[in-house]
Ligand binder design. Structure first.
Ligand code: TUI
Length: 312
């Protein structure tokens, strides 16, 4: 009943895709999501190609289901990571933080499904012309690097502008969010923050607990002056960023403060001075569950939501 063309396109049971979060989305999480009927994604982030290859091979051992790799286009290793993902014949790639146009033809040639994140209608139209299989319309509610538009306004405008399927991302964590996305015309959803709090996610417990503790106003967007604004949980680091912003600091000072901070949050568990990237939906993520339970709860909740609408 909740199948869409995204399920056929990707060979998955539910149209639920896990965000490809740098450092957080490791092989363990990706395999758990794929085994539970969604699409698990490895986050390449800023990692070198050999790390990405080893994660891909781990996923291949842990599941025989389709999975993907997210390529962060600002990575210093992007060319090598692209080559590695190509050679490993990864079934699906998603891209973030830029325009992947120049890499599309090589992946199309080998049948890899390509799904870029788009923060605007203009980029969605451009990507459709390049022949991508679907787009992810990601709103400013998301964690990490964000665009300007909310999911609520971006998704229907992208849906109206392209013929390829649109996946909604940003601010979705349960069955109500899933149904809302479908009502806006999306054919699937991508969820990040809620999957950080999956049992199988290897992120440090302090990172997970910061999300669980966060309320509705628990996140802030920092770094607008760098051209790459990032949503993080409010902590001591976030306050330092705000201070720099109000002092009219330079982009260099800003980037220096941000350097390496995601890793110390995810791997070392520094919840004060680490960059805890998470979405506004953190306020609704209140427990650690296995990936399979997260997906079951979304599907169960979606069915209940649809039935409650019918009753009206
Ligand atoms: O990429 C993400 N989320 C991310 S990437 C990341 S690592 C990072 N750390 C510090 C600074 C910047 C990145 C953490 N979280 N989500 C997908 C996403 N893509 N959001 C926004 C965009 C985007 C923005 C501009 C996609 C394309 C784009 O195109 C610009 C152009 O060239 O047309």
């Amino acid at each position: 009943m909740l199948k869409t063309e995204i399920c056929d396109l990707l060979g998955i049971e539910y149209p639920i895709i896990q965000g490809g979060m740098a450092w957080v989305a490791t092989a363990e999480l990706a395999a758990a999501v794929s085994n539970a009927g969604g699409l698990g994604i490895i986050g390449a982030g800023n990692a070198p190609a050999d790390f990405v290859i080893s994660e891909i091979r781990k996923v291949k051992k842990l599941t025989d289901k389709p999975f993907g790799v997210n390529i962060m286009l600002l990575s210093p290793f992007v060319e090598d990571v692209i080559q590695a993902v190509y050679e490993e014949r990864v079934p699906v790639i998603t891209t973030g933080a830029g325009n992947p146009a120049k890499y599309i033809p090589m992946f199309k040639e080998i049948g890899t499904k390509i799904i870029p994140v788009v923060p605007s209608v203009a980029l969605a139209i451009k990507m459709e012309k390049y022949g991508v299989d679907a787009v992810i319309a990601e709103g400013i509610e998301s964690g990490g690097h964000v665009g300007e538009l909310t999911t609520m306004v971006l998704v229907p405008q992208v849906v109206d502008a392209v013929k390829i399927p649109v996946i909604a991302a940003g601010g979705i964590a349960d069955g109500r969010g899933f149904v809302s996305a479908m009502a806006l015309g999306a054919k699937g959803v991508q969820l990040g923050t809620v999957f950080v709090c999956a049992e199988e996610c290897t992120a440090h417990d302090n990172y997970k607990n910061a999300i669980i503790k966060a309320g509705d106003r628990g996140t802030i967007v920092t770094g607008r002056i760098t051209g790459h604004p990032v949503r993080i949980i409010k902590n001591k680091l976030a306050r330092e960023f705000v201070k720099l912003e109000s002092n009219n600091s330079t982009v260099e000072e800003f980037e220096k403060l941000g350097l390496g901070k995601l890793k110390i949050a995810v791997v070392d568990g520094d919840a004060d001075y680490g960059s805890i990237m998470a979405g506004q939906i953190s306020g609704m993520v209140n427990e650690i569950r296995p990936a399979r339970k997260i997906i079951e709860d979304i599907i169960g909740g979606a069915k209940a939501t649809i039935n409650s609408i019918k009753e009206i």
